[in-house]
Write a protein that binds this ligand. Structure first.
Ligand SMILES: Cc1cc2nc3c(=O)[nH]c(=O)nc-3n(C[C@H](O)[C@H](O)[C@H](O)COP(=O)(O)O)c2cc1C
Length: 192
């Protein structure tokens, strides 16, 4: 089992980062190979497919930037955990930019009936915010769920943590850390 975590927060050592590390710790304890990538350290341009109207012959984006790192890592994993902080009631710009670049995958799936990401993986979403607005989590989850459908991933687990504002504030919340660890363990289980 390979469990991949993708961090959409730009804050290194921040709440999302810590919760993803905890989840991967749980997954590793259950025998999974684990890896985390940070979108903020990648060069992913916003999607311009609606303007350029083109894709490569294999159906993927003609803009060969670091979105190909993401494509390859997701193709190689069995379970995917997406993490994001809430920015203005939604996911971060880094994560939205990544998701938008899967438009080529959505087009291939819905118009050419070609599933580029046809391996059945499981997925989870970890999200944090400073306030306690459930509608912000609903909003973020809606987008991420739509992304999981696009890559044919089974949405299995979620963890939403409120009242976290300062960097690494989650370190003072052992219950949240335990939940992240347990989420990671579940993600390491083969899908049924
Ligand atoms: C640009 C920006 C927008 C934010 N918008 C919200 C918001 O709409 N609601 C909220 O509860 N927190 C908001 N926050 C606070 C973060 O979600 C919060 O600090 C979170 O713990 C950051 O997680 P991180 O350390 O993983 O980046 C915002 C923070 C930033 C920098």
């Amino acid at each position: 089992m390979k469990v991949l975590a993708i961090n959409g927060s730009p804050r290194k050592g921040g709440n999302t980062d810590i919760l993803l590390d905890k989840a991967l710790e749980g997954a590793a304890a259950s025998g999974a190979l684990v890896e985390k990538i940070s979108l903020d350290s990648l060069d992913i341009a916003p999607c311009r497919e609606i303007e350029c109207g083109k894709t490569r012959e294999d159906g993927l984006s003609i803009v060969e930037d670091d979105i190909y790192v993401v494509f390859e890592k997701i193709k190689g994993c069995d379970a995917l955990i997406i993490g994001s902080s809430i920015f203005f009631g939604s996911i971060t710009a880094q994560l939205k930019a990544m998701i938008d670049r899967f438009q080529c995958v959505w087009l291939a799936k819905n118009f050419q009936k070609k599933d580029i990401f046809n391996k059945r993986i499981t997925s989870a979403f970890i999200c944090v915010e400073a306030t306690d607005r459930t509608d912000f989590f609903d909003n973020a989850e809606f987008i991420v769920k739509h992304f999981f459908v696009t890559i044919s991933a089974e949405y299995k687990e979620k963890l939403f943590c409120s009242n976290l504002e300062e960097k690494a504030a989650v370190l003072k919340k052992p219950k949240m850390l335990d939940k992240a660890y347990e989420l990671g363990k579940k993600m390491a289980e083969p899908s049924t």
